[in-house]
Design a protein around this ligand. Structure first.
Ligand code: ZN
Length: 430
């Protein structure tokens, strides 16, 4: 990895929110300059390797599509007023709309207009990647106020041979075994559904300092981006020992973990152990949602879970203009980051030990293992943690096993194991 060393002080919720706000206006899609501009901003925080994959490239059962770019779009009334204006919000244009320039009455326009009658003040988010069409998204209130026209209708877009763009950031670990964090980068002005995940991933990457695992961060458009990455990395996916898709990471709802297809992979157990101490939900695996769909497809069957707050399609603001900068809070971003760091902390810190004095309890006081803890408010827990580590360190149980069985926090067991190691009472098994 080249580039400046960017680990540093913890990124606060406010800093993550600033990053979300900076990315929010960009018009992202599954290809095009909005994705590149997004990766440029992420690249100010992390050195990125950016990949450009040409249109027409076969990727697994798919083909990289034409590249979409848009400069302007509007519906203008007879007085010249833009009734619907892409410049005000990029949600107003159906993603991947083909260009159009026409004069139309409202009736002619109607089949191309998308609204949310149940949420009349909100603008929906719609795309049409694989069927060539065009359209506008607007609030039901705006539509209700529109007269019969005629209207000047313009979408100044291009669909041409180009590239699909994605990026990776790798933090080398002491081992080649990888933890992979994947975020989609294809949604336009939606704050929680993808920008919050990007911000938390950036913050996690910046906080890592010589971790045990190698960390790979993937910033790629949903579905086609993950499929492209898998297609180009087929021979090396065996290095991925643990994976997570990260999305919807900044809404005020409780954390949600969706299990991997394997159901009880180490990532599943680590996430459940961490979340047990918090208000949370656990969902079973299903082949629907974010890019865990691709990573957990049966040919790959990678141990990928999904971490969100309120999950995919689970909140009224989902895929609407209500998913804005106010919907995402600094406190929620910070809380997601903290949970994610604890989960990766379990994966990085999990080891199996052998008790070298297994006949009766070893005398901890004689070795200074009680004294060293004196005065701490968590002394009792620390002692209990030592007793649990000693008891279950028979070479068969890892610290995560001990955490699950003892119901003690992983960090306390990790600390106990370090103290026992220093005292020569346990050794790491191969
Ligand atoms: Zn989405």
């Amino acid at each position: 990895m080249t580039g400046p060393k960017m680990t540093g002080p913890r990124m606060t919720g406010a800093k993550m929110h600033e990053l979300v706000a900076r990315l929010y206006p960009l018009c992202r899609s599954i290809t095009g300059d909005g994705v590149r501009a997004t990766l440029d901003v992420v690249g100010e925080h992390l050195p990125l390797t950016v990949h450009e994959v040409p249109t027409g490239t076969e990727v697994l059962d798919w083909t990289v599509p034409e590249e979409w770019n848009i400069r302007d779009a509007y519906i203008k009334d007879a007085s010249g007023r833009r009734v619907v204006d892409f410049r005000r919000s990029n949600l107003h244009v159906v993603g991947y709309s083909v260009p159009i320039s026409a004069t139309m009455t409202l009736d002619e326009l109607r089949p191309h207009l998308h609204t949310l009658p149940e949420q009349p003040e909100l603008v929906p988010y719609r795309t049409s990647y694989y069927a060539r069409t065009w359209g506008f998204c607007l609030s039901q209130n705006t539509l209700d106020a529109m007269g019969e026209g005629p209207y000047e209708v313009v979408i100044d877009s291009t669909l041409t041979a180009g590239h699909l763009t994605y990026a990776e950031h790798v933090v080398p670990g002491r081992s080649d075994d990888e933890i992979m964090i994947s975020c989609h980068v294809c949604h336009p002005s939606l704050a929680n559904d993808n920008l919050a995940g990007i911000a938390v991933a950036v913050a996690l990457a910046r906080s890592l300092d010589r971790p045990r695992h190698t960390y790979r961060f993937l910033f790629a458009p949903g579905t086609i981006g993950a499929i492209t990455w898998l297609s180009r990395n087929r021979d090396r996916v065996g290095r991925i020992k643990h994976g997570l898709t990260l999305a919807c990471a900044g809404d005020p709802g409780q954390l949600t973990y969706k299990r991997s297809r394997r159901d009880d992979a180490a990532i599943d157990r680590a996430a459940l152990h961490v979340l047990k101490g918090r208000s949370h939900r656990v969902l079973p695996f299903s082949p629907y949602g974010y890019d865990e769909r691709q990573f957990c497809s049966p040919g790959f069957d990678l141990p990928f879970g999904s971490l969100t707050r309120t999950p995919y399609a689970g909140y009224p603001e989902y895929h609407t203009s209500g998913d804005d900068l106010e919907f995402v809070t600094p406190a929620a971003l910070a809380d997601t980051l903290e949970a994610l760091q604890q989960i990766t902390g379990v994966l990085d810190g999990d080891r199996t030990y052998l008790n070298l004095s297994p006949y009766g309890e070893p005398q901890l006081g004689r070795r200074g293992l009680y004294g060293s803890l004196g005065g701490r408010s968590d002394t009792k827990q620390a002692q209990l943690a030592m007793l649990w580590v000693l008891n279950l360190s028979d070479g068969e149980h890892s610290l995560l096993d001990v955490a699950e069985r003892s119901d003690l926090p992983f960090a306390a067991l990790r600390e106990a194991a370090d103290a026992l190691l220093a005292a020569g009472l346990v050794k790491e098994t191969a």
